[in-house]
Ligand binder design. Structure first.
Ligand code: BG6
Length: 326
């Protein structure tokens, strides 16, 4: 990926901040790079407002992006964090996962500041507004503001604010997901905590409703489930990497768990045959109860990701404490 010279579209407020830069990425697409002085970083493409990289202070990549990902419209980038809006999957008349992930977003050159007591300075606001073309397939006027923040401890925060700007007084309804692809050492060694005993809709069985058993979730075949009314914290424990991802979410009551496994992997042109072993999607989402906004109303959905070193085998990490702690 080239980190070439800043592009002509650079917004003044962005260039003045050395920790936030716009440059050209793959296929000349613009991307914003956020950097923390300790070494962590985040990259987000304007195409799809798509986060494609999140690295910790040691420069280790925490997100999965396929080696076969196509960085070219109209295909959404395979990996990272696609934004699913205004429709999750095929739950409506639009293309799967809606159109936000394959539109060009813009950088807000003068975004609203963080609350005064916040130490966060490393962020960018990306904007998407309905175009005439989009109105033909989804006849609603909206403004979508995605704030991507690299926190002081290397955490990655995504805050979506979606506003109904319909001039005709009409409400609109949408479903939503942060379709996060986490990088894992070996899917067969990974456990997910926080979804035990919950109800889920199984996408592989006509979205029938089932109840999860009491143990942490482990993986040995294709999984495509929508867990309902999930807690605000979910943890992915990666025994081999000695790393735990903690997902904290707000305004997003569902969580999708997806791994295509071997057969489906082979059927996807932009996904390597064996890459399913090294990724896991946990998607903070609003699906079962779609969001309805009246004109002038705004919805906020937030996801915060952190990666903490863990030494699970020596018992230093109690996953329950990860989930219950602050
Ligand atoms: C998941 C869905 O969110 O995304 C799966 O639950 C789907 O059913 C997967 O296969 C990938 O979707 P896409 O459109 O990016 O290939």
């Amino acid at each position: 990926m080239s980190s070439a010279a800043p592009s002509p579209v650079v917004a003044p407020a962005v260039t003045e901040n050395p920790t936030v830069q716009i440059c050209r990425g793959i296929n000349g697409l613009d991307k914003v790079v956020l950097r923390d002085f300790r070494g962590s970083s985040v990259e987000v493409y304007l195409y799809g407002a798509h986060v494609t990289s999140w690295k910790n202070e040691h420069g280790e990549e925490l997100l999965f992006v396929s080696s076969k990902a196509i960085f070219k419209p109209p295909k959404a980038i395979r990996g990272g964090i696609p934004i699913c809006f205004p429709q999750f999957s095929n739950l409506g008349p639009l293309e799967a996962h809606g159109f936000a992930r394959n539109r060009f977003w813009s950088v807000d050159p003068s975004p609203p500041p963080f609350p005064v007591n916040s130490s966060n300075k490393t962020y960018v606001d990306l904007l998407l507004k309905s175009t005439e073309e989009d109105m033909k397939i989804w006849p609603h006027s909206f403004e979508f503001r995605l704030r991507v923040t690299l926190g002081p401890a290397g955490d990655l925060m995504l805050t979506s604010r979606i506003r109904n700007t319909n001039p005709d007084g009409k409400p609109f309804t949408f479903t939503f997901a942060y379709h996060t692809y986490f990088s894992v050492s070996d899917i067969s060694e990974v456990r997910v905590e926080g979804l035990e005993t919950l109800d889920y809709l199984d996408n592989l069985q006509n979205r029938q409703r089932f109840t999860e058993q009491g143990d942490a979730i482990t993986f040995e075949s294709e999984v495509d489930k929508i867990y309902l009314s999930t807690p605000t914290k979910i943890a992915i424990l990666d025994h081999e990497k000695k790393r735990t991802f903690v997902i904290r979410k707000d305004g997003l009551s569902d969580a999708v768990v997806w791994n295509p496994w071997d057969k489906k992997a082979k059927s996807m042109a932009d996904f390597g045959d064996d890459e399913y072993k090294h990724m896991l999607c946990i998607e903070a989402a609003a699906i079962e109860k779609p969001i309805t906004l009246k004109p002038g109303e705004e919805w906020k959905g937030r996801q915060e990701l952190s990666a903490v070193p863990s030494s699970y085998c020596s018992g230093q990490l109690d996953p329950r404490r990860v989930l219950q702690g602050s």
